[in-house]
Write a protein that binds this ligand. Structure first.
Ligand SMILES: [Zn+2]
Length: 81
């Protein structure tokens, strides 16, 4: 599921209004998406993940869920532990 994406040329983070940012209790394949975080923390994590793309720290991961997860894990470990 696409949670968000970035438009680096316009310096924008684009949130999927039907994704987990708006609905943090969403389940994907029966598993809650929120990584054990509170709703507010999850939203923070999603934004920081996209900031990683905006700044060029993270590569494009739109078709690589494992890479995307590894980036989210890095944000989680750096900011929420
Ligand atoms: Zn990503």
């Amino acid at each position: 599921m696409l949670t968000a994406s970035v438009d680096r040329a316009r310096n924008l983070i684009i949130i999927n209004s039907e994704g987990p940012f708006m609905e943090p209790t969403l389940k994907v394949h029966g598993v809650r998406f929120n990584l054990g975080l509170s709703d507010r923390q999850l939203r923070g994590l999603l934004l920081l993940h996209e900031v990683g793309h905006l700044t060029g720290k993270f590569q494009h991961d739109g078709s690589d869920p494992d890479l995307s997860r590894s980036y989210s894990k890095r944000v989680m470990e750096a900011c929420f532990r």
